[in-house]
Design a protein around this ligand. Sequence first.
Ligand SMILES: *[C@@H]1O[C@H](CO)[C@@H](O)[C@H](O)[C@H]1NC(C)=O
Ligand SMILES: *[C@@H]1O[C@H](CO)[C@@H](O)[C@H](O)[C@H]1NC(C)=O
Ligand SMILES: *[C@@H]1O[C@H](CO)[C@@H](O)[C@H](O)[C@H]1NC(C)=O
Ligand SMILES: *[C@@H]1O[C@H](CO)[C@@H](O)[C@H](O)[C@H]1NC(C)=O
Length: 204
Amino acid sequence: MTALYRKMFVLCATVLLYLTSGSHSAPLSCEELVRPLDQLEPHHLEGRWALVAGSISNLTLVEIFKRRDSSGVDFTTHNGTFTASYTRNKREGDKCHYGPSNISFEGSTFTFDDESPANLTGTFLHTSCPDCLLMHFDVQSKKRFHTYLFSKRRELEQKEMEEFKAQLECLKMPPPVVMDPTKELCPEQTSSEPAAAQTDVDKT
Ligand SMILES: *[C@@H]1O[C@H](CO)[C@@H](O)[C@H](O)[C@H]1NC(C)=O
Ligand SMILES: *[C@@H]1O[C@H](CO)[C@@H](O)[C@H](O)[C@H]1NC(C)=O
Ligand SMILES: *[C@@H]1O[C@H](CO)[C@@H](O)[C@H](O)[C@H]1NC(C)=O
Ligand SMILES: *[C@@H]1O[C@H](CO)[C@@H](O)[C@H](O)[C@H]1NC(C)=O
């Protein structure tokens, strides 16, 4: 190698190092943090999800939300379609409440069959957590927003919670209400039980 080539080599290597280290240390932009899920595989939804944390833009509703001890949702996908049954549950003390609906999804967006899209539309957002489901609800055309992080686990790693907090900041949502992972979830509802249906528009 001539001296010139060596100098060019060192220069290129330095630029490359600078670029790659830059992309590692810089915090992710909101555009990267909050982006719709590219493609939702219906079978990914299947089964039970525990609510790990949630945020609601209306602080009155946050207080009501905090009354629940635990919460979750059961998805049963309808084979070959982009629809599923969506049964949310919440426990308040020793009482369990269930709210059954049907959900339809297309790309990253979803709607509920029993709510007009004018009242409620949602987006599945990207999350780096592999066994999580991040749902963002737009209620009554941006009157308020609800953002819920569900997981197959009851409690997430600190770095997963940090990501969620950063995502909420990007969405200009209040800090999350984190569910107590030691509180029992409601049992899965069997069809013989009478449904104490919830009517909340937010679907959790
Ligand atoms: C928040 O929700 C409560 C209860 O539904 C409602 O009365 C209030 O107007 C809402 N606040 C805002 C700022 O939308
Ligand atoms: C699901 O649908 C596929 C094709 O539409 C069919 O081959 C398969 O048998 C179905 N599975 C069940 C469990 O219904
Ligand atoms: C969901 O859809 C199925 C099939 O269309 C229907 O039988 C069921 O009653 C619906 N459930 C609810 C809660 O609307
Ligand atoms: C929106 O939701 C409210 C409260 O659940 C309901 O009274 C109203 O009829 C709904 N509007 C539409 C367009 O579905």
